[in-house]
Design a protein. Sequence first.
Length: 133
Amino acid sequence: FLGFDLTFPQLMHTISGVPLLPALENPLMQKEDEQLKITGSENGNYYTCYLDLKYGLISKIIVRDELGQIQLVQEFKRFVKVGATRAPKMIRYIRPIEKESLTIFYDKLDVNKSMSAKDFFIKLPQDVFKIRL
């Protein structure tokens, strides 16, 4: 429904406010105001990513094609503290050529409570060979 390829893991990372950056070829980093600008390319697309230095989170990703036309803009704004983490209350996808946009705005954010490793148990068959390192 979005009109562009978005895998389930990418969607989950984006909705949680922690988008995945592609493995950029020859990435360049430079400080711009209170942000770190990261540029590079991957599979014929050119990326400009902005990392908010105050929160250590991505605030914007711009994807351009070979001709330099903007294909997609992802924005992350209004960062709030939820427990020990920070997350954006607003996430926006913009596709300028198609004149489409999708904005997700959270009224309330909750983070799952921490769980101990003891809360997880996997029952193994008797004949399983176990190696402890």
